[in-house]
Structure formats: structure tokens, C-alpha cells
Design a protein around this ligand. Structure first.
Ligand SMILES: [Zn+2]
Length: 472
């Protein structure tokens, strides 16, 4: 398909963004100064120089002046927990197991459907305002059908795309006991978990703005048959499946004690690695596991802020990419200080440099690719770059301020100096969902007020108030 319409084509467009620096992420990685993007019927219709696309002004429903701005593909948050948004700032200075036991598991037990939806609306709004156009939201409290569908509705209300990865615990099992997971979380039978997941997936199938995916919570503490069933359900429905895997070193020992082999090696042996497999973290892999991830084109979601916050470890980034695995970026949610993909790009780029004591270990271009193309590859969405025919998921970033002056390298400026605060416009499936840095879909003050009220109730119910103090 040509990049621009020929003069004989007559192309109507809904939106024409012109005059900006367009970072296309296309096959040639073109960066167009004074570029333009035309959007029609929810897809990108043309990309080129503003002069070349000037004709489209006549038919454009709306012309957006992008001078002083950068136009980027929308970013994917490949792993987050929007329901944890009420826990912002709590649970600091712990490693994963105490973080779960003292903070997140009591939080998850106490949260009600109403509180959870309030948190998801807040988190989805923050994602949208940060230029994230697709979230993979691992939702694990509560997980009844009505709540999962309400979560999907809340994400759709904000206007971003979503994959609600429904958390599956199932019945208590040896890995859960070894890891000291609260037995109360294993509240449903294995069959109930599968039935509820199937029901939610049928309501929110592949192809809508928001899908539901199966998500065994963690490879250590979910029964193997549930993991196998989740993978089968996902393949049959044409969606991905998601799971926490090999995040911290202790999990490898717990898993090996129960199963006699390492987690990803076990997935490979059972034929559970494929392009449908999306593993959150996948930090502690041995070389054979890296090779297996690559051979299957499975996804590792890299959560650099979370991995540093909890001191979990450093993903084998280059080996995974070289082996052929997909790598996407995730925030892992605000309860581990993961705010958005701007922060994830910068933090990720830097952590590998210091971990390897090699400042050439990563590049800004590579991390922009992980945040855009990586997320699209992970989810199977035809997006992640600005090319005709792709989904019209775009972000317009204001680079006219002090932080981006002087203006020299567009990608370096976005990754080194960019921030969610620069996001001026967000377009999802051709619809402007953020304009002038404000949501066009929801009343931000109302979303914040409802979330603050829910947080106050939750802190009481879960006895989290002790965590809400500085200088503890
Ligand atoms: Zn997580």
C-alpha cells in the first residue's frame, strides 16, 4: 500500500493532523518534519508531508494543527492492575512477598466491586491522559462476572482499548502454600474459575475495543490444569492469555520444589508457549528458557519501574529479542510506582545500562519501539506504527516547552525529556478521547472524587492506614 494517496484517488478523511513531527515507526522508521496523518473510519488513511496531503483539507471533518508537536503511535501498557490505583504511594520499600502479604493481598480481599470500578476508572483515565491507548489490565479483585464486565465497561467509557486479563486463582495448591499466599484468595473452585472466565470472554470477544483474556495469576500458585485450560481457551477464542511468571528469584525455587523444573522450561515442555502466551516479567530465565520464549515467539512484558521498585531483577532484554521473543513494556500499576509508558521507556533504557555497566546497551529508539510496536505485537492489534491501514491510535505530544528546547533529536527528546504531562491529544480508533490534555469522555473531577472516597473506605476495611504515612 502506498504511503500517500495518488492524485487520482479521492480520499475522504475524518481527521487530518498536519504540520507536526511525525514519528512513524514504519518499516523505514521515517521521521517526517512537517508531516501529516489522515484518519478515516478508525484507521490511518495516509501518512506523508503536509504539502502532499494538503488536498485532504477539503474533505477533512477536522484539521488539527500539530506545529510544535510530535505525533506518535499510541503506546501499550502491556501489564497493569488498574484496580490497584487506590493504593498509590503505599507499600514502598518491600520486596514482592512482603509487599503481597502486608499490602496487596489485604487490599485485594477488602476491595468491593464499587471500589474496584472506581479504581479502574481512575487508572484508565490516567492511562489515557498519558498517551496509553491500550492497556492489558490484570484484574484479580473481585473477579465475578459482573465486576469483570463492569471493569471492561469502565475502560471503554474512558475510550482506550483494553484487554481485561481476568485473574484466576482456583483452589489452594502446594505452590500457594509454599509461597504463603492467603488461603482466602483461593475462593473459587477450578471449574467455577473456568466457567466465569468463559462467560466474560463470550461477552467481550476478540475484535471489540475491550477484550477479556484468561489470566492464571501466577505460575507458582495456580494448578497446572488451570494454566493449560487458560491457554486452550485463549487459542480457541483467538486472544492472548496472560500470567505472572518468574518475576523474582524465590518464585523459581518455589516452583522447582513443586514441579521439579523451572517455570518457563515447564511451559515449554507442556507446549504452552506460543504467540498467545504473554508473560508478565519473565525476569529470571535461564538461557534455555530464553531460547524457548524466542522459538515460540512468546511475549515477555518488561516492567522496569516495578522491577526496580521491588528490586526484583533485570530482564534479559537483548537475549530475548535476539532469540525472537516479543518484548512489550508494562507499568505494573501505580501500587509499584508504575505510572505510565513514558516513565517505563526511560527507566528501562537506563536500568540495562547500569546493570551491564555499558552505556551502549540500550537506545532511545529501541525503547520507543518496545512501547509501541512491542505492545501491538503482544496483543495482535494492527497498530503500533503510523502507516496506512493500521488502527488510528495516535498521540500528539506538545514539545514547544522549555523541557524540549532546543529541539534536536525527536525520539531522544520524547524518551529522555518527555512526560505524560506533555500529552495534548489522544486518538483511539479515530476518536479524539483526549483534547488539550483533558478527557473528552469523562468528568475528571468526578472520577477523582469517587476514587478518593473509595480509597478512604478501602483503607479502613483493609487496615492500610499504617502504610499511608511518610517517614515510617
Ligand atoms: Zn503485576
Amino acid at each position: 500500500m502506498s504511503q500517500t494517496p495518488s492524485s487520482s484517488d479521492r480520499l475522504d478523511c475524518d481527521l487530518l493532523l498536519e504540520g507536526g513531527v511525525v514519528i512513524t515507526l514504519d518499516g523505514k522508521r521515517r521521521v517526517l518534519d512537517g508531516g501529516a496523518v489522515a484518519v478515516a473510519d478508525g484507521r490511518i488513511a495516509a501518512v506523508g508531508d503536509s504539502g502532499e496531503l494538503r488536498e485532504l483539507r477539503k474533505t477533512a471533518g477536522k484539521v488539527i494543527d500539530c506545529r510544535g508537536k510530535v505525533v506518535l503511535p499510541g503506546m501499550t501498557d502491556g501489564h497493569t492492575h488498574l484496580f490497584q490505583s487506590l493504593g498509590r504511594g503505599l507499600g514502598d520499600g518491600m520486596t514482592l512477598v512482603p509487599w503481597l502479604q502486608r499490602f496487596m493481598l489485604p487490599y485485594s480481599k477488602a476491595i468491593t466491586r464499587e471500589m474496584s470500578v472506581a479504581a479502574v476508572r481512575l487508572g484508565a483515565l490516567q492511562a489515557a491522559l498519558s498517551g496509553t491507548t491500550l492497556v492489558v489490565d490484570n484484574h484479580y479483585a473481585p473477579t465475578d462476572t459482573e465486576t469483570i464486565l463492569a471493569v471492561a465497561d469502565a475502560v471503554e467509557e474512558v475510550g482506550i482499548r483494553g484487554a481485561i486479563a481476568r485473574g484466576i486463582f482456583g483452589e489452594m495448591n502446594p505452590g500457594g502454600e509454599l509461597m504463603g499466599v492467603d488461603p482466602d484468595l483461593f475462593a473459587l473452585t477450578n471449574q467455577d474459575e473456568l466457567d466465569i472466565t468463559a462467560e466474560c470472554m463470550a461477552e467481550r470477544p476478540r475484535g471489540g475495543l475491550v477484550e477479556v483474556w484468561p489470566c492464571p495469576e501466577n505460575i507458582v500458585y495456580v494448578w497446572p490444569e488451570l494454566i493449560e485450560a487458560a491457554a486452550e481457551m485463549a487459542e480457541a477464542a483467538g486472544v492472548r492469555w496472560h500470567m505472572h511468571c518468574s518475576e523474582v528469584q524465590d518464585e523459581i525455587s518455589f516452583f522447582t520444589e513443586v514441579h521439579g523444573t523451572r517455570p518457563v522450561a515447564w511451559l515449554a515442555e507442556r507446549g504452552l508457549l506460543s504467540r498467545h502466551t504473554t508473560l508478565a516479567h519473565a525476569v529470571w530465565l535461564d538461557p534455555d528458557e530464553v531460547a524457548a520464549m524466542g522459538a515460540a515467539n512468546a511475549t515477555a512484558v518488561h516492567n522496569p519501574i516495578s522491577n526496580q521498585y521491588l528490586a526484583s531483577g533485570v530482564l534479559h532484554l537483548d537475549p530475548l529479542l535476539s532469540a525472537g521473543a516479543t518484548v512489550a513494556l508494562g507499568s505494573d500499576g501505580v501500587a509499584v510506582a508504575g505510572q505510565d509508558i513514558f516513565e517505563a521507556m526511560k527507566a528501562g533504557m537506563l536500568m540495562h545500562r547500569v546493570a551491564s555497566l555499558d552505556s551502549t546497551a540500550t537506545t532511545v529508539e529501541q525503547f520507543l519501539e518496545l512501547g509501541t510496536l512491542g505492545g501491538a505485537a503482544m496483543t495482535g492489534l494492527d497498530a503500533g506504527s503510523l502507516e496506512p491501514g493500521r488502527a488510528a491510535d495516535l498521540v500528539v505530544v506538545d514539545v514547544s516547552g522549555v523541557r524540549h528546547t532546543p529541539w534536536s533529536r525527536p525520539v531522544a527528546s520524547v524518551v529522555h525529556s518527555g512526560s505524560a504531562a506533555d500529552v495534548e491529544m489522544v486518538i483511539v480508533a479515530g476518536e479524539v478521547i483526549v483534547e488539550d490534555g483533558r478527557s473528552t469522555r469523562v468528568d475528571e473531577d468526578e472520577v477523582r472524587a469517587v476514587a478518593a472516597e473509595a480509597a478512604a473506605q478501602l483503607f479502613g476495611r483493609a487496615r492500610l492506614s499504617d502504610l499511608a504515612r511518610d517517614w515510617q
